[in-house]
Design a protein around this ligand. Sequence first.
Ligand code: SAM
Length: 230
Amino acid sequence: MPDSLLCLRFFILPHTAPHMDTRKIRLIMELRHQGIRDTKVLSAIETVPRELFVPDHHENQAYENRALSIGAGQTISQPQIVAVMTQALQLNDRHKVLEVGTGSGYQAAILASLCRRLYTIERHKSLLAEAEKRFETLGVRNITAIVGDGMKGWWEQAPFERIIVTAAAQYKVPSSLMEQLAPNGLLVIPIERSTGDQVLRLYRKESEDTYAMKDLMPVRFVPLLPEVAQ
Ligand code: SAM
């Protein structure tokens, strides 16, 4: 879609305060500039109100392209990273998707607008409770969320056509997640390497034990940790 049309759509269909719309337009332009071409992804970012997913004192920064703290030592990811991960998954409305790391619920709401059903797991009970309230407020009905250790996946609901992990795994993908990925499925995950840096990695399951792999970009995520947080 040409930039001018995208702008026009924002101005014709305002659904947030005017100053928010201006910031949102700027953010979408920035994402396009950074290589996000999937119009379904851009439109999901336009539609899901990020200001609802950040603490009140960060509301002013909701449409800045940066991660923000959400409590419990965790963060809502930077919009660019949300967009890159979502675009990499090539979602459609037949996909059943697993997200590990619900956090604020923002990435979950974006995914849910592009897939059939989203299953999401968070190890912090308080964060999950807040996220579920937001899904309720927005009337999102195709998300099932639980408190748990997402490194184990969700065997009862597997296989998943798509899996997204929003915290950094040390060195490799947890084996349960690979096992729960459907044939030809895609999995996107930040991986911390032995050098200490992190890379966003996309896997495609080619057969029961073979995967194609592609590094997308350097990233900095909070760590993927075992067990439910106490
Ligand atoms: N997707 C989130 C959002 O849109 O706000 C951002 C997630 S934040 C960067 C990473 C989240 O992963 C944190 O909330 C953290 O508690 C969670 N997490 C870390 N390890 C986990 C695990 N083993 N199972 C489930 N959640 C986990």
